[in-house]
Design a protein around this ligand. Structure first.
Ligand SMILES: Cc1cc2nc3c(=O)[nH]c(=O)nc-3n(C[C@H](O)[C@H](O)[C@H](O)COP(=O)(O)OP(=O)(O)OC[C@H]3O[C@@H](n4cnc5c(N)ncnc54)[C@H](O)[C@@H]3O)c2cc1C
Length: 482
């Protein structure tokens, strides 16, 4: 049998999305272009995952095991040719106009083929979300234009989001924990801006990043009260990349230590002012944790697909392994959880598109504005300058605050944390079970099952450990003062 080819899907028909998320059939009646867009995004994502990711997944994993700084640029260029790294940008501005639903679809499809290669692309998009969360129109427009212009020249643009400290990652994600942490990094106010000194660690795509969104307090002794968010271009003097980690899974996507030595950050690159850094972090997590849940569902599906393929050929007791009823029950048990959690991520993604920050893109006014505005105007310096003026900035930022109040963010953290913990626990359970079913061959690299196992373990740790995600659920369900 073919060992390292695209996994045969048990989900291989047309109209998959509506079959697995029937609620989208209802939505299609009210918002036909939204759901048709998602069906198209799934078709594109699945084709890309099978043709560009699955065939190289094991080879890239092996190369990265030897050299953790290795990046498969041919793969990334293929993704750029399909406009996938910029897919979230509106079509009129040069992207594919993908919604959160479409991006989560890409995460599921991609991670069924290779988590590491998908992470290389998707976590870069998450990095850009860090920019969008504040929704400063001048900044967002400038970044979008830069990414599209560079993509046309074949140059990738990478973003990283750096909150984790050598002293601890959980503390940087949780308000109560941050109160008592003593960060290594600190920002000092100076004429015209700030000076950053310190270290961040385990930062996804940190060694590739052109722009780093980084949190630092003005006073190490009062981190929560003085935490800020800055945008640091990687070319800034005093910024450097430390060690690139040799990690167990998701090797195709590098993770690095970032060093800040007297790095000057101009005032206009302060994205969340003093005391607002944790709010910024939580708004990002309120979107991205659900995305990790969708990706983990894809990983669980991918390992089940590989196992079904293996067990359909493997002979035991004179028949196929897949004919054993214990194998069918065990796999069906995972499949039922995949189906249930897919409903959960679809639900979550639609909520982000219509009730969270993406509603600024998914509303009739934005649609009309993008439709009638000539392309030349959208790309003009005059519009960028206007969008960057203080009155336009405060108008849009104020609108975003009204549309996405604190309760919406809190609700999204509740659902996103539940989805992240459930999805990644499922991925771990599925990969462990599939190793058991396949037996010793599951431990051989060429079947890709042990790689899924290594990839799954990492998902339980980042975006907050699953313990932290559970605590976030508990605190929102039971309360903080118990
Ligand atoms: C592959 C990979 C990619 C990553 N990418 C990024 C990135 O792009 N950007 C970024 O900023 N970070 C990134 N991280 C870091 C990640 O977010 C942290 O690893 C994670 O938040 C956990 O932090 P920690 O490892 O420091 O564990 P710690 O915070 O040191 O926790 C250790 C243990 O103590 C528990 N614990 C800690 N605090 C509490 C508490 N208050 N109450 C109860 N239990 C607690 C934890 O659950 C855990 O079991 C990445 C990590 C990995 C592995």
């Amino acid at each position: 049998m073919e060992k390292n080819g695209p996994a045969v899907s048990y989900m291989d028909g047309e109209g998959e999305l509506l079959r697995y998320a029937p609620i989208l059939g209802v939505l299609k009646k009210r918002f036909p272009s939204y759901v048709k867009g998602a069906e198209e995004a799934q078709r594109v994502s699945r084709a890309f995952a099978r043709e560009a990711m699955a065939p190289i997944a094991l080879e890239v994993d092996a190369k990265c095991a030897e050299d953790p700084t290795y990046v498969d640029w041919d793969f990334y260029r293929a993704a750029m040719q399909e406009h996938i790294p910029t897919a979230f940008i509106p079509e009129k501005l040069g992207g594919r106009g993908w919604s959160t639903l479409d991006l989560f679809n890409f995460s599921e499809e991609g991670c069924a083929a290779c988590f590491g290669l998908t992470a290389l692309i998707v976590f870069n998009m998450f990095g850009f979300i860090c920019a969008c969360v504040e929704f400063m129109p001048g900044v967002v427009l400038r970044m979008i234009k830069h990414m599209i212009a560079e993509e046309a020249k074949g140059n990738p643009v990478f973003f990283a989001w750096a909150i984790t400290e050598p002293s601890g990652g959980t503390d940087a994600e949780h308000p109560a924990a941050m109160r008592t942490m003593r960060p290594s990094i600190e920002a000092k106010k100076v004429e015209g801006g700030y000076i950053l000194n310190g270290t961040k660690c385990f930062i996804t795509n940190g060694s590739l990043a052109d722009f780093i969104v980084v949190n630092a307090p003005l006073d190490r002794g009062r981190p929560l009260e003085t935490d800020c968010t800055f945008m640091v271009p990687a070319e800034s003097q005093g910024f450097s990349v430390g060690k690139v980690e040799r990690k167990s899974g998701q090797k195709a996507c590098p993770t690095a230590e970032l060093l800040f030595d007297e790095v000057f950050v101009p005032r206009e690159n302060l994205w969340a002012p003093e005391g607002e850094g944790m709010r910024h972090t939580q708004e990002i997590l309120s979107v991205t944790r659900g995305g990790v849940g969708a990706a983990a569902v894809g990983l669980a599906r991918g390992v089940v697909e590989r196992t079904v393929r293996y067990a359909s050929h493997k002979k035991v007791n004179g028949h196929r392994l897949i004919d054993e009823s214990w194998v069918q029950f065990a796999l069906a048990d995972i499949m039922k959880d995949i189906i249930n959690l897919r409903h959960a991520w679809v639900d979550f993604a639609v909520a982000i598109d219509f009730y969270h920050v993406m509603q600024l893109m998914n509303n009739p006014l934005t649609d009309i504005a993008l439709k009638i505005a000539p392309r030349g105007l959208l790309f003009s310096q005059a519009l960028e300058d206007l969008a960057g003026t203080a009155p336009v900035n405060s108008l849009v930022v104020g609108l975003k605050k009204k549309l996405v109040p604190r309760e919406a963010v809190e609700n999204s953290i509740l659902h996103g944390s539940a989805l992240k913990a459930a999805g990644t626990d499922l991925a771990m359970r599925a990969t462990s079970l599939c190793c058991d079913i396949v037996g010793l061959e599951g431990m051989r690299r060429e079947y890709g099952i042990e790689k899924c196992f290594r990839d799954a373990k990492v998902t339980q740790i980042y975006e907050g450990t699953n313990q932290t995600n559970r605590l976030d659920v508990f605190e929102r369900e039971v309360g903080y003062d118990f």
